[in-house]
Design a protein around this ligand. Sequence first.
Ligand SMILES: [Cu+2]
Length: 149
Amino acid sequence: MMRTKAVAVVVAVAATLLLAGCGSDGGSSSGNPTAAPTAGLGEVTIADDGVQEVTLQTQDDFVFTPDRFTVAPGKVRLTLVNAAREMTHNLEFDEGEGPEPIGAGIDFLAPGQELTIDFEVTVPGDHPFTCTFHTQQGQVGTMTVSQEP
Ligand SMILES: [Cu+2]
């Protein structure tokens, strides 16, 4: 049910893009028509308090945008923005899969909502995470902890 709906939305968006393409007379339309409202998704920046900050987004599909990011060992402040109109998501690090447990996650994120979690990583390696509502649909990602920037 949900899946069918999501596919329909994607088709509608594609059709809109096609129409927009036909209507355009070579103007300087810039950027991505489906662009996320949030800039700098997946970019890791250092806050004033020295904490690494990164923002991911979810939409009315089964994708984390982006689904990969890399941080250095230390404190991390992860924000998840749910830009979806209809779909609820979450973000949980897969227990026992990474080199160390991540003691934080986002249980439930309603459409239009955003939440921030703080945690600390010390061991380099890949930490898989997933939206537990949509693991079956492939909504997974990876946080890499690396000494190298
Ligand atoms: Cu989800």
